[in-house]
Design a binder for this molecule. Structure first.
Ligand SMILES: [Zn+2]
Length: 183
Protein backbone atom coordinates (compact mmCIF):
# COMPACT_ATOMS: atom_id res chain seq x y z
CA UNK A 1 0.00 0.00 0.00
CA UNK A 2 1.34 3.42 -0.84
CA UNK A 3 1.59 6.11 1.74
CA UNK A 4 0.54 9.64 1.00
CA UNK A 5 1.35 12.82 2.80
CA UNK A 6 0.53 16.50 2.86
CA UNK A 7 3.07 19.14 3.58
CA UNK A 8 2.70 22.61 4.93
CA UNK A 9 6.06 24.29 4.35
CA UNK A 10 7.24 27.77 5.24
CA UNK A 11 8.05 29.66 2.05
CA UNK A 12 10.13 31.71 1.63
CA UNK A 13 12.21 30.37 4.55
CA UNK A 14 11.84 32.50 7.69
CA UNK A 15 12.65 32.11 11.36
CA UNK A 16 9.93 30.12 13.15
CA UNK A 17 9.87 28.28 16.47
CA UNK A 18 9.06 24.58 16.21
CA UNK A 19 8.06 24.59 19.86
CA UNK A 20 5.56 27.40 19.35
CA UNK A 21 3.98 25.73 16.34
CA UNK A 22 3.63 22.42 18.17
CA UNK A 23 2.11 24.23 21.17
CA UNK A 24 -0.40 25.89 18.85
CA UNK A 25 -1.56 22.49 17.56
CA UNK A 26 -1.79 21.17 21.11
CA UNK A 27 -3.67 24.17 22.51
CA UNK A 28 -6.28 23.83 19.78
CA UNK A 29 -6.66 20.13 20.47
CA UNK A 30 -5.75 19.29 16.88
CA UNK A 31 -3.08 16.84 18.02
CA UNK A 32 -2.57 14.55 20.95
CA UNK A 33 -0.10 16.11 23.36
CA UNK A 34 1.82 12.88 23.89
CA UNK A 35 4.29 11.97 21.15
CA UNK A 36 4.12 8.45 19.82
CA UNK A 37 5.45 6.17 17.14
CA UNK A 38 3.07 7.11 14.30
CA UNK A 39 5.30 8.32 11.46
CA UNK A 40 6.74 6.64 8.40
CA UNK A 41 10.22 6.68 9.92
CA UNK A 42 9.80 4.41 12.93
CA UNK A 43 12.78 5.89 14.78
CA UNK A 44 11.01 9.24 15.07
CA UNK A 45 8.00 10.23 17.10
CA UNK A 46 5.10 12.36 15.96
CA UNK A 47 1.66 13.31 17.16
CA UNK A 48 -1.63 11.56 16.48
CA UNK A 49 -4.88 13.37 15.72
CA UNK A 50 -6.54 14.98 18.72
CA UNK A 51 -10.18 15.62 19.53
CA UNK A 52 -10.38 18.71 17.31
CA UNK A 53 -8.42 17.44 14.31
CA UNK A 54 -11.75 17.47 12.47
CA UNK A 55 -11.57 21.28 12.35
CA UNK A 56 -8.77 21.01 9.77
CA UNK A 57 -10.32 18.71 7.22
CA UNK A 58 -13.43 18.38 5.06
CA UNK A 59 -13.67 14.65 5.53
CA UNK A 60 -13.28 14.00 9.24
CA UNK A 61 -14.26 10.34 8.94
CA UNK A 62 -11.04 9.56 7.11
CA UNK A 63 -8.57 10.90 9.67
CA UNK A 64 -6.31 7.89 10.27
CA UNK A 65 -5.93 6.56 13.81
CA UNK A 66 -3.45 3.72 13.43
CA UNK A 67 -0.26 2.83 11.56
CA UNK A 68 1.40 5.73 9.75
CA UNK A 69 -1.13 8.34 10.85
CA UNK A 70 0.70 11.09 12.69
CA UNK A 71 1.95 14.60 12.16
CA UNK A 72 5.65 15.37 11.98
CA UNK A 73 7.37 18.72 12.55
CA UNK A 74 10.79 19.42 11.09
CA UNK A 75 12.82 22.60 11.41
CA UNK A 76 15.70 21.51 9.23
CA UNK A 77 16.65 23.19 5.99
CA UNK A 78 15.28 20.95 3.26
CA UNK A 79 13.87 20.60 -0.22
CA UNK A 80 10.20 19.71 0.21
CA UNK A 81 8.74 17.85 -2.77
CA UNK A 82 5.69 15.94 -3.88
CA UNK A 83 8.00 12.99 -4.60
CA UNK A 84 8.25 10.90 -7.76
CA UNK A 85 9.41 12.26 -11.09
CA UNK A 86 8.02 15.72 -10.86
CA UNK A 87 8.53 18.06 -13.76
CA UNK A 88 9.46 21.61 -12.87
CA UNK A 89 7.24 24.02 -14.79
CA UNK A 90 8.27 27.32 -13.38
CA UNK A 91 11.04 28.86 -11.33
CA UNK A 92 10.04 32.44 -10.68
CA UNK A 93 12.34 35.35 -9.95
CA UNK A 94 11.26 37.00 -6.65
CA UNK A 95 11.87 40.45 -8.17
CA UNK A 96 10.29 40.39 -11.65
CA UNK A 97 8.52 36.98 -11.54
CA UNK A 98 10.07 35.93 -14.85
CA UNK A 99 10.00 32.16 -15.31
CA UNK A 100 13.67 31.23 -15.47
CA UNK A 101 12.80 28.14 -17.53
CA UNK A 102 11.60 30.44 -20.32
CA UNK A 103 14.84 32.40 -20.15
CA UNK A 104 17.29 29.61 -20.74
CA UNK A 105 18.01 28.43 -17.17
CA UNK A 106 20.06 25.26 -17.19
CA UNK A 107 18.28 22.73 -14.93
CA UNK A 108 21.52 20.89 -14.20
CA UNK A 109 23.00 24.13 -12.87
CA UNK A 110 19.80 24.83 -10.92
CA UNK A 111 19.84 21.43 -9.17
CA UNK A 112 23.53 21.79 -8.40
CA UNK A 113 22.75 25.07 -6.62
CA UNK A 114 19.81 23.46 -4.83
CA UNK A 115 22.18 20.72 -3.64
CA UNK A 116 24.66 23.26 -2.27
CA UNK A 117 21.85 25.18 -0.58
CA UNK A 118 20.61 21.95 0.98
CA UNK A 119 24.07 21.38 2.43
CA UNK A 120 23.86 24.71 4.23
CA UNK A 121 25.45 27.15 1.79
CA UNK A 122 23.76 30.51 1.37
CA UNK A 123 23.94 30.90 -2.34
CA UNK A 124 22.25 33.21 -4.76
CA UNK A 125 21.08 33.02 -8.34
CA UNK A 126 20.93 35.80 -10.92
CA UNK A 127 17.65 36.23 -12.76
CA UNK A 128 18.09 35.53 -16.46
CA UNK A 129 15.63 38.31 -17.26
CA UNK A 130 16.05 41.29 -14.88
CA UNK A 131 19.61 40.34 -13.81
CA UNK A 132 18.88 40.88 -10.11
CA UNK A 133 20.68 38.48 -7.83
CA UNK A 134 18.42 36.88 -5.19
CA UNK A 135 18.89 34.15 -2.58
CA UNK A 136 18.35 30.68 -4.01
CA UNK A 137 15.52 30.01 -1.57
CA UNK A 138 13.50 33.04 -2.64
CA UNK A 139 12.81 31.68 -6.14
CA UNK A 140 9.34 30.19 -6.18
CA UNK A 141 9.09 26.85 -7.94
CA UNK A 142 5.80 25.26 -9.00
CA UNK A 143 3.49 23.75 -6.47
CA UNK A 144 5.14 20.47 -5.46
CA UNK A 145 8.64 21.78 -4.78
CA UNK A 146 10.06 24.32 -2.38
CA UNK A 147 13.19 25.21 -0.49
CA UNK A 148 12.16 25.62 3.12
CA UNK A 149 13.35 25.60 6.71
CA UNK A 150 10.18 24.32 8.34
CA UNK A 151 7.79 21.56 7.34
CA UNK A 152 4.71 20.04 8.92
CA UNK A 153 3.95 16.63 7.41
CA UNK A 154 0.54 14.99 7.80
CA UNK A 155 0.84 11.26 7.09
CA UNK A 156 -2.18 9.74 5.34
CA UNK A 157 -4.52 12.54 6.42
CA UNK A 158 -7.48 13.68 4.30
CA UNK A 159 -7.23 17.07 2.54
CA UNK A 160 -6.52 19.98 4.82
CA UNK A 161 -8.77 23.00 4.38
CA UNK A 162 -7.21 26.07 2.75
CA UNK A 163 -8.72 28.09 5.62
CA UNK A 164 -6.31 26.37 8.03
CA UNK A 165 -3.30 27.38 5.91
CA UNK A 166 -4.65 30.94 6.05
CA UNK A 167 -5.03 30.64 9.82
CA UNK A 168 -1.35 29.63 10.16
CA UNK A 169 -0.37 32.51 7.92
CA UNK A 170 -2.23 34.98 10.15
CA UNK A 171 -1.01 33.42 13.40
CA UNK A 172 2.70 33.23 12.50
CA UNK A 173 2.90 36.03 9.91
CA UNK A 174 4.71 33.84 7.36
CA UNK A 175 4.00 32.40 3.94
CA UNK A 176 3.14 28.69 3.70
CA UNK A 177 2.98 26.30 0.76
CA UNK A 178 0.64 23.34 0.93
CA UNK A 179 0.83 20.29 -1.30
CA UNK A 180 0.57 16.54 -1.20
CA UNK A 181 2.81 13.72 -2.28
CA UNK A 182 3.32 9.99 -2.27
CA UNK A 183 6.03 7.59 -1.21
ZN1 LIG B 1 13.98 38.87 -12.42
Amino acid sequence: MSTHYQLIAVFPPQEISKKEVISYFHEKGILDSIPSNCLLASEKEGFRAGEFAKLLVEDEESIPTSGVCGVEFSDERQVATAGGNMELEEILCPVCEANQLEHGLDLGDFFERVGSWNEGENIAMTCASCKHESPMDSFSVNKGFCLTNFVITFWNWPSIKPSFIEELHVKFGLGFKHFSGMV
